[in-house]
Design a protein around this ligand. Structure first.
Ligand SMILES: [Zn+2]
Length: 482
């Protein structure tokens, strides 16, 4: 109780938090859950979105955290120090109301000079490189403080949101080079007492084998219970499970946590049917850690505004997107949680739609700010053609193999959608056009192989790592005649 109050006061002051104190709070939470079966009302009030504080207080808090962040960046980060000096701007004049006068920080700027964004007061201990599909990795340095804080927050979320307990085992199939995600999750799970299996991005047949295999561990459920995976690798996994005749009863999975890519509704439903587990659609990115978002049952994305200031910005004009409009997510992580790589108004490149003014969420996460789920990027020259819009259409078609590969090309007649669908029935293009009738497509072109696409379509599932482990000889699960 006292620890929770201390955490609360530090939060309100906007100053540094004590990771040891947070870890102790996690231990208290775990003990309460193990004794009483659930975390209790007090605990849920600590989670972002658990309470609905006065909007006026929220605004004052945001302003205080933001001013501190801008001041720290202007004083200690070479990139921003230079900007404020050259612009002749006093960082103390930047408030919640004037933040938008600062130019956004682009991914390209961070990629070009990662060290220029590192605070001169920091002690960098871990370089996280994003496994983006653009070719050039984005590099972000982290301190021990940031890692410990992120791990404790992640442990709280695992305990409270995912219902993760010490009898569970979590398997991560995120790329083995994603050191940050691996380190944070491993430390968080150790606090929870749950098992952690870092598989890496391997052949989906190996993943299915491992999910089905009994583990014979004391105090643990017999099979893997939680799976962390990207949407495209989940696609490969679902395809393999459907093709090889696996049934949900072959696995002991409770929850699949998907992140890193757009997860379509049809793929989520197919995954739930094939693997027999609840699918959680989460949003986070290396650059903005520990800011995280969760999708709710009503189909919103709820982002925590405790750890960062969030804006939705019209990609063409740079002005705030209006209610109901699509804009890019721009994030300023607060220095309360970040002391090494500091970013002001960081352009994530991820599009979301603001909720219409008339829609006020009444879902389970309504205490947190809500937008549409991540729409991905736009292509083909039409604003409606977002990654999500295309995947919603294609992943509902079983004769389009997963992971879905497509390309949108601007044509004089309008955008053309190229889709990889070998040996597809002749009716497929017509069916896709019918499903996509709300989208401005000039036509659908099927190709046999990904090399035939007019533009490359890299997905995270392509980062498959070599392994000497072979999938079991039997391609189909062994069943009794029942
Ligand atoms: Zn919601």
């Amino acid at each position: 109780m006292i620890r929770q109050m201390r955490y609360g006061t530090a939060m309100l002051r906007g100053g540094r938090l004590d990771p040891a104190n947070l870890r102790a709070t996690v231990a208290d939470l775990r003990a309460t859950i193990e004794e009483f079966g659930d975390p209790g009302d007090e605990a849920s009030a600590m989670l972002p979105g658990g309470v609905e504080p006065d909007p006026e207080i929220q605004r004052i808090m945001a302003d205080r955290r933001l001013r501190r962040t801008v001041r720290d960046a202007a004083a200690h980060v070479p990139h921003y120090r230079r900007y404020f000096a050259e612009a002749g701007l006093d960082p103390r004049h930047i408030t919640l109301d004037t933040l938008a006068t600062l130019p956004p920080t682009t991914k390209a700027a961070l990629r070009a000079a990662p060290a220029a964004f590192v605070s001169d007061r920091a002690e960098p201990v871990l370089l996280a490189q994003t496994t983006g599909t653009t070719g050039t990795p984005t590099s972000v340095w982290f301190s021990r403080y940031e890692l410990e804080l992120a791990a404790a927050l992640s442990a709280m979320s695992l305990l409270m949101v995912s219902g993760c307990r010490s009898r569970h085992t979590v398997m991560s199939t995120i790329s083995s080079r994603a050191t940050l995600a691996k380190a944070v999750v491993q430390q968080a799970l150790a606090m929870v007492g749950a098992g952690f299996v870092a598989m890496g991005t391997v052949d989906p047949l190996i993943i299915l084998d491992r999910l089905a295999a009994p583990m014979h561990l004391p105090g643990k459920e017999p099979q893997i219970t939680h799976l962390i995976i990207t949407a495209s690798l989940l696609g490969s996994l679902v395809q393999a499970a459907e093709d090889d005749g696996w049934l949900p009863a072959d696995f002991g999975l409770r929850e699949i946590m998907v992140g890193g890519e757009v997860l379509s509704d049809p793929l989520r439903r197919r995954a739930e049917a094939a693997l027999g587990a609840r699918v959680i659609d989460a949003y986070s990115m290396t650059e903005t850690l520990p800011t995280a978002g969760l999708s709710c049952e009503a189909g919103h994305l709820h982002l925590s505004s405790e750890q960062a200031h969030l804006e939705i910005v019209d990609p063409l004009t740079g002005a705030p997107a209006l209610p109901g409009e699509v804009g890019g997510l721009v994030v300023t992580p607060y220095t309360q949680y970040r002391d090494t790589t500091l970013l002001l108004r960081y352009e994530t490149g991820d599009l979301v739609r603001r909720l219409p003014a008339a829609e006020s969420p009444s879902c389970s996460l309504s205490g947190m700010p809500a937008t549409s789920r991540i729409l991905g990027r736009q292509s083909g020259g039409a604003p409606e053609l977002t990654t999500r819009a295309v995947l919603d259409v294609l992943q509902a078609e079983r004769s389009v193999p997963l992971p879905t590969r497509y390309a949108l090309v601007e044509d004089p007649a309008g955008p053309l959608l190229y889709v990889v669908a070998p040996q597809a029935p002749p009716s497929l293009p017509g069916r896709i056009e019918e499903r996509a009738r709300h989208l401005p497509l000039a036509g659908v072109v099927l190709v046999e192989d990904r090399d035939e696409l007019p533009l490359p379509c890299p997905v995270r599932a392509d980062l498959v790592e070599h392994s000497f482990e072979r999938p079991a000889e039997r391609r189909r699960p062994v069943r009794s005649g029942r």
